[in-house]
Design a binder for this molecule. Structure first.
Ligand code: PLP
Length: 395
């Protein structure tokens, strides 16, 4: 296969050390080596989740983690408030409906983040039938929108129900404080900002959520978090885990720790800021509104007359650059560029140059080089104002 660099918002380009870890010999998943591996991953993930609590590992993609959160948190017929800001938030609401929950939706305008005041008002207006839980998305991959999770936590105040967060494409790329912000179930997966291959979901669970699990009754078997908790004590999972992906996560966490969380956060912020600067310099509109921009994915409207499918085909086949397109009603209308994974500033600049060429090929009035120039300036200014290391990933 010709060389491809991934700028889709997951799976992402993985460092060689992470890929090499997947080739390690298989071990007994009920033996001491795996127990050490799993315990080490749990310890490594705790600061990334911002929790001292337990983290449950589930074989499967992010959706397994989200479904696990729903089925372990509620009983059928309970009322929950879903706060989608795009496709993945709506999907989480669909999971809840699938299990017979009574789902109310707090609507938010396209491209905007959830308004903390609106959330507070909606919770307060629940009246006789309070919400048993609130479903939030930290980072909405389909729209390039990031919610301010500290502000939403403050808006929830003393709200007594469970606070469930999809942070599949957010966790690791910026500071997250599960405990301090009072979130009860935070879900992520290996293939986004953690920069490992897909195959493992993780759920951080609060003491309040564990307590609620004792009484709620939605059906669950392989996604039973209490069972996972029992096995985790011995460094095991109830069912056979994706051992190679756990190896990869362990290697990815080594790289994460070597780079240091603040540098990882700064890297994602620098990259997404540079891409947004390029998009605006090219005269394209960002999909996300000011104040709601994602740290990990930039969504941009395509100029009139540009076919999103064709654009991505040219990028992939001519330039080896793989970008995301619009999902659901945004299909063909927007392009999405993820900045997670083992990428350097040079990768970002190259991809932006290829984007310019692919747009120009479709007749878009592009000032070739304007985007790359703006991104380069953005990198220069960010590097001048911080002590951020110039090379992205410590190898
Ligand atoms: N939630 C968000 C915000 C996502 O970005 C994704 C995947 O892109 C998912 C959920 C679903 O995760 P998965 O495809 O790993 O099941």
């Amino acid at each position: 296969m010709a060389k491809q660099t991934l700028f889709i918002p997951g799976p992402v380009t993985c460092a060689q050390a992470v890929l090499a870890a997947t080739a390690r010999p298989m071990i007994n998943h009920r033996g001491p080596e795996f127990a050490r591996l799993l315990h080490r991953c749990a310890r490594g993930m705790q600061p990334i989740f911002g929790t001292r609590g337990e983290i449950v590992f589930l074989g499967g993609s992010g959706t397994s983690g989200l479904e696990a959160a729903v089925v372990n948190a509620f009983s059928a017929g309970e009322r929950v408030l879903s706060c989608p800001v795009g496709v993945f938030g709506r999907r989480l609401a669909a999971v809840a409906r699938t299990y017979g929950l009574d789902v109310d939706v707090l609507e938010t305008a396209n491209g905007s983040a959830v308004d903390p005041t609106a959330l507070r008002a909606r919770i307060a207006a629940a009246g006789e039938r309070p919400y048993a839980g609130v479903l939030l998305t930290h980072n909405e991959t389909s729209t390039g929108v990031e919610n301010d999770m500290a502000a939403l936590s403050a808006a929830l105040g003393e709200y007594p129900g469970l606070r469930i967060v999809d942070s599949v494409s957010g966790l690791g790329a910026s500071a997250f404080e599960t405990d301090a912000w009072g979130y009860d179930m935070v879900v992520t997966a290996t293939q986004k900002a953690l920069a490992a291959p897909p195959g493992l979901a993780m759920v951080a669970v609060s003491a309040k959520a564990w307590a609620r699990m004792e009484s709620v009754t939605l059906p669950r078997f392989s996604l039973d978090l209490k069972k996972a908790r029992e096995f985790a004590v011995d460094g095991q999972t109830p069912w056979t885990p994706p051992v190679s992906i756990v190896y990869a996560l362990d290697a990815a966490l080594d790289l994460y720790e070597a780079e240091g969380a603040p540098a990882v956060w700064a890297r994602h912020a620098r990259y997404s800021t540079a891409v947004r600067a390029a998009v605006e310099a090219l005269g394209l509109a960002l999909f996300s509104q000011p104040g709601a921009h994602s740290t990990t994915v930039v969504a941009m409207h395509l100029p009139a007359g540009v076919d999103g499918g064709k654009l991505n085909k040219t990028l992939r086949e001519t330039y080896g650059i793989v970008m995301g397109g619009g999902q659901a009603e945004m299909k063909g209308k927007i392009a999405r560029m993820g900045v997670m994974g083992d990428l350097t500033p040079a990768d970002i600049l190259g991809a932006l140059g290829a984007l310019e060429l692919a747009l120009a090929e479709q007749g878009a009035a592009i000032d070739l080089g304007a985007g790359v120039r703006a991104a380069a300036r953005s990198f220069r200014d960010a590097d001048a104002s911080t002590a951020a290391p110039r090379l992205a990933v410590a190898r």
